[in-house]
Structures are given as C-alpha cells and as structure tokens.
Design a protein around this ligand. Structure first.
Ligand SMILES: NC(=O)c1ccc[n+]([C@@H]2O[C@H](COP(=O)([O-])OP(=O)(O)OC[C@H]3O[C@@H](n4cnc5c(N)ncnc54)[C@H](O)[C@@H]3O)[C@@H](O)[C@H]2O)c1
Length: 267
C-alpha cells in the first residue's frame, strides 16, 4: 500500500488489529488513542513499521483538527483515515442519563464526523484518499437498550454514505467506506457503561458468547473492503445475517428483535 494511514482508537481491539494489518502492507502509521498504555502496547507490537503515536480524545473537536495538522506536518501526506475509536452503553431510554447519552454521541458520532471533516482537505490534497468510518450492525437495526449507540451508529452510516456520494459528485479523489462489524471479540463490552439496573456481568458474558469474530479477522475483512473500495463493509457472518434480514423484512425485522430480546435481555 505504501500509504500514510491514520487510525483512531488504535490502543485496543479492531484499531490495534488494523494497525498490524496495515503495517504488514507497508503503510506508514499515525496511531492515536485516549488510552496511552494500550496505544504503547500496540506500537510495541509493530517492530519494523514507520509509526508515530498521538494522544487523542476524539470527543474533543479542536483536538481532532489539531491532530490532522500534526499528522500532515509529521508525514507530509495522508491517504487513509480510519475513524474507529468508539465506546458502548447499555441502558434503556427511560433509565439512561443525559451524561451517558452525550458521552456516546460525542465519541461515536461526533468523533467520526469531526474526524472525517478535519482530514478531508489532506485526503483530497493527497490525490488518493480514503475515509473509513466504523459504524456497527447497530447502525443497520435498532435494538433495545442500545438507543444511544444506535443513534450514533445510524448517524455515522447516514453521514458516511452522504460523504461518499458527495466525493463522487464533486469528482474528488477520496473513496469512502462505512464499516458494520457484528460481534468482535474486543474490550468494548468491558469498557462499556451500563444503566443502573443492568446486570453488567451477565451482559458482558452474553457479549463474549455472541462475539463470533476475532479482531484480526475483522481487520483483514476491513482492509480487503478498503482495497475493493466497498461502500458498505460487513464484518462477520452475523453482520451478513443482519443485513440479509434487513433487506428481506424492512421494518418488519422489529418483532424478531423483540422476541430475541425478551428471551435474552428482559428475563
Ligand atoms: N467489538 C464489537 O463487537 C463491535 C461491533 C460493532 C462495532 N464496533 C465498533 O468498532 C470500533 C472499535 O471498537 P472495539 O470493539 O475495537 O473496542 P475496544 O474497546 O477494544 O477499542 C476501542 C478503542 O477506542 C478507544 N477510545 C475510547 N474512547 C475514546 C476517545 N474518546 N478518544 C479516543 N479513543 C477512544 C479506547 O481506548 C480503545 O482503545 C468502535 O467504534 C465500536 O463501536 C465494535
């Protein structure tokens, strides 16, 4: 690839695996995270790579714009931006606090929106750019107790699909992909916030049981999707299943989710 790639949330999970996969393809890497320890571990695992690490909180709009300038100055060009950093919250709409709702939106939506906009001039200037925004299968279907995450991830999908069309219509040299992972075995459930009455241990156990795909496999699928310039990159068999249900049933998928949730979430 021999490109300069930016990955947010590179201190764990999918971001770390993407860093490894991109390094293996010869990318020069600008990796960031709010968690310095996790990020240092990622960098330590990339022995031969040309890599720089940056402390970045993606919920801080001005910090993202400053980061884009710093990466451009350090590397001289930017080809690929993967807005991957994200967090999860499990809480009903009635119980969720405004603070937790805002926390999710600031990181999972605004982090991605600002990340796309801040880097866009640099990607255009490169003559060969690509924006990759990480949504979720929960950007395809609504699920109880995931309303904030749903709102953020649906918003990422809408924003990213609009951006792709704009880049084409404006004939800009920037490809755009939206990633929809199913369950990936990362730290996301451990780091998640939970509503007051949620059984955190049971939910985390449930997530571990359902997460089918390793971060390494997820990264390989995402890199392949980037190389093929896919507009929607589905990650894992569960993501393909959810996409299929969505296409076949439209809004009538909802009773299926209710039935599943009654058994698994509302016992
Ligand atoms: N794991 C899954 O099942 C799954 C499914 C669908 C979508 N996703 C999405 O994939 C992306 C990566 O998640 P993951 O599963 O690798 O989780 P993870 O918790 O293993 O990694 C997320 C990383 O983001 C970082 N981060 C959190 N808040 C941040 C902030 N404010 N600024 C900068 N970095 C921050 C964390 O420190 C962590 O290193 C997220 O956007 C997540 O929503 C994950």
């Amino acid at each position: 690839m021999n490109k300069v790639a930016v990955v947010t949330g590179a201190g764990s999970g999918i971001g770390r695996a993407l860093a490894k996969a991109l390094a293996a393809r010869g990318c020069r890497l600008a990796l960031s995270d709010v968690n310095g320890i996790g990020l240092a571990e990622t960098v330590a695992g990339l022995k031969e790579a040309d890599v720089r690490s940056y402390h970045l909180d993606v919920s801080d709009r001005d910090a993202i714009y400053a980061h884009a300038e710093a990466v451009a100055a350090d590397f001289g060009q930017i080809n690929l931006v993967i807005n991957n950093a994200g967090v999860a919250l499990s809480a009903s709409i009635r119980e969720m606090t405004d603070e937790d709702f805002k926390w999710v939106m600031d990181i999972d939506f605004w982090g991605v929106a600002h990340g796309s906009r801040a880097f866009l001039p640099h990607l255009i200037a490169s003559g060969d750019g690509h924006v990759v925004n990480v949504s979720s299968v929960f950007g395809l279907i609504g699920v109880p107790k995931q309303s904030a995450y749903n709102a953020a991830k649906f918003a990422v999908r809408g924003f990213t699909e609009a951006l792709r069309q704009e880049m084409k219509l404006e004939e800009q040299p920037v490809a755009v992909s939206c990633v929809h992972p199913g369950g990936i075995r990362t730290n996301i459930a451990n780091a998640a916030r939970m509503g007051r009455s949620e059984n955190a241990a049971a939910q985390r156990k449930g997530f571990d049981k359902m997460a089918m795909t390793t971060p390494e496999k997820a990264a390989a699928i995402i890199v392949k999707g980037i190389l093929k310039d896919e507009s929607r990159i589905l990650v894992g068999p569960d993501a393909w299943g959810i996409e299929a249900i969505n296409r076949l049933l439209g809004a009538a998928y909802q009773p299926l989710v209710e039935r599943f949730s009654r058994k698994n979430l509302y016992r």
